[in-house]
Every structure is written in C-alpha cells, then in structure tokens.
Design a protein around this ligand. Structure first.
Ligand code: NDP
Length: 312
C-alpha cells in the first residue's frame, strides 16, 4: 500500500494544491477529508488528480460527531496512516454576529481549533502505527496569529487572554476565547494561535510517540476561498498589495508544494517546529510569538480543549 496522507479542507486553496502535489509524486494516496463531497470531487478532477490517487471522505469539522464518524470511516477503509494535515479553516472577517458549531462553539474556534484538536488526538494511535516510521501530524498555522511579525500586528491582534471564554466553550453568551466582545477577524487569528500552541503541546506530550508534529505559515495565498466573505474592494486590492508591497504573496501551487514538503521532506522532520519560507532561500524554522511560545498557557488551552471535545 502507498503511504496515506489525510488532508482536511482539500476541496480548495492550499489543501487542494497540497493534495495535488502529493498525489502527483506517485508515492502518496491522499484522503481528502471534506464537508462537500461534490465540490471536492469536482475540484480533484479539475486539478487533474489521477483517479485512484485520492479518495474523498466526508468530514465536517463543525460537528464533533462528524469528526468521530470520519475517524470510523477512515479506519474501516483499512488504509495505513502516515500523515495527517489539519488544513481546513473558516474566516469571517466581516461578520457582525458570531455563528456556532453543532456543539455550540463559536464557529471559527470550533472548526479551526476544536474540530482539529479532536481529530488529531483520535488519529494519534493510527499515526503511531504508521509503517513508514516517520509519521507526521501537521496543523496549518498563520503569520496573522504571530504578533512578533508585521502582519500579526494589524489590529485586531490575536490574544487568548485568560481563556475565560474558552473555559465556557465559546458559547453565544461569551463567544471569544479571551471573554471579550465578538470580533470575527480576531476569532480567526485566535483560532490559529490555538492551532500553533496545540502543535507545541503535542510535541511535548507525545514526545515518545515517534510522530513528528509541525506547524507552518506557507505565505500569503491571497486568492483562496478563505477571503470569500471579505469586502469586494478588499478582494480586489489584497492580491496586488501582497505581491508588490509586502512581497509575501505566494501562488496556490507554490503554497501546496510547501505544505507537501512539510509532509514528506526527510529534512523537515523536526518535531515542534513552525516552518516558513523565504523566496530566495527556501524553508526555515521560524520564531513564534511570545503568546504562542507560552507553554503554561498552552497547557491550560490543552486541558480546556480536551474537556470541551470530550477527551477528558
Ligand atoms: P480555503 O477557503 O480555500 O480553504 C479552506 C478549506 O477548509 C475549504 O476546503 C473548506 O471547505 C474547508 N472547510 C471550512 N469549514 C469546514 C468544515 N466545517 N469542515 C470541513 N472543511 C471545512 O482557504 P485556504 O486554502 O487559504 O486555507 C487553508 C489553510 O491555510 C487554513 O488553515 C488557513 O488558515 C491557512 N492559511 C491561509 C493563508 C492565506 O493567505 N490564504 C495564509 C496562512 C494560512 P469548502 O470548500 O467546503 O468551503
């Protein structure tokens, strides 16, 4: 059997591009874990992915029950698991009111962080049994959650505060992790901070598992569906701004190759790392913000998350 990589949210953008890059090597079978089966199938065909190089399995990260069902379906398929890529995300920068997952969590934190938190913990045993001996668990991070960067300093800045909102399950009455008023852009950034902290905690807690845990910022992929809910003018100006002013722009194909590299490059097997790329010199291990590096806060985040998804 070929090595298997599960990629969540592989129906568009970065996830699709990485699925395409991995499948094209001929060494990987990609399980596209998506909420919209038809969209995923059409996207895979349009991307020219060879039949048999991928399969699509239903996963809606905004429901913990769906996450559990996905894990059962994957196990029933009898496939080995060599890599898990937690890539899917929802971003609602213009939302005035919060939305919620099936379990009542604010949608960005519930989908981007809590859904993936449950998924990665449930699949850990499967990864441990990977025959390739170098299994990897990757959660996509973002520069916007790292306040040690210019992009991370554009307000509203990420900040998990005292985690008092998360302690309650980011419910309608208290939808932000820090217990402050709802802000859609901040909720996304906070969820990405939580993703990067989770990777660092996994590295600490599962040190002896043989699994490599990593996070990354692939560059600004200014044209993906992530910005679908943004204002029209923003969508027009953002790609050229990133291309010519910040120079952080990266195409979907190049970002997909970068993510595929974190999955399969033998040189990128350092656990706990947060990878970034320079256009001239390629990949390097980047520094995370002070908050992401706060391991005591990350441990608290872990305990609260485990309770909310029913693991503790
Ligand atoms: P896209 O919107 O193109 O892709 C997001 C994917 O997530 C889609 O496939 C979407 O599915 C899926 N998704 C959303 N909600 C759910 C859900 N409830 N269950 C299952 N899947 C879901 O955005 P990108 O490709 O840009 O984003 C991918 C990752 O890259 C994210 O983690 C994002 O934070 C990160 N990132 C993106 C950057 C950028 O500049 N674009 C920069 C840094 C990081 P559907 O197609 O059905 O909507």
């Amino acid at each position: 059997q070929k090595q298997t990589c599960i990629i969540t949210g592989a129906s568009s953008g970065l996830g699709l591009a990485a699925a395409k890059a991995l499948a094209a090597t001929g060494e990987w079978h990609v399980v596209m874990a998506c909420r919209d089966f038809l969209k995923a199938e059409q996207a895979a065909k349009k991307a020219g992915m060879a039949p048999g190089s991928y399969s699509i399995m239903h996963l809606d990260l905004s429901s913990l029950e769906s996450v559990r069902q996905f894990v059962n379906t994957f196990r029933a398929s009898g496939r080995r698991l060599d890599a898990l890529v937690c890539n899917a995300a929802i971003y609602m920068p213009t939302a005035k009111e919060p939305k919620f997952t099936a379990d009542g969590f604010e949608l960005s934190v519930g989908t981007n962080h809590l859904g993936h938190f449950l998924l990665s913990n449930l699949l850990l045993d499967d990864l441990k049994n990977a025959p390739n001996k170098r299994p990897r668990c990757i959660i996509v991070g973002s520069i916007t959650g790292n306040t040690n960067t210019l992009a991370g300093n554009v307000p509203p800045k990420a900040n998990l505060g005292d985690l008092s909102g998360l302690a309650q399950g980011v419910p309608a009455a208290n939808p932000m992790m820090d217990g402050q008023e709802f802000n859609g852009a901040k909720a996304y950034k906070d969820s990405k901070v939580a993703c990067m902290m989770t990777v660092r905690q996994m590295d600490k807690r599962y040190k002896d598992s043989g699994v490599t845990f990593a996070s990354l910022y692939p560059g600004c992929i200014a044209e993906t569906g992530l910005f679908r809910e943004h204002y029209g003018l923003f969508k027009t100006l953002f790609p050229p701004f990133q291309k010519y002013i910040t120079k952080g722009y990266v195409s979907e194909d190049e970002a997909g190759r970068r993510l595929a590299q974190v999955v399969s490059d033998p040189k990128m097997d350092k656990s706990g790392a947060y990878w970034s790329w320079s256009n001239s010199t390629g990949s390097f291990e980047n520094q995370v913000s002070e908050e992401v590096a706060d391991d005591a806060k990350a441990a608290k985040l872990w305990d609260l998350s485990a309770k909310l998804v029913g693991l503790a």
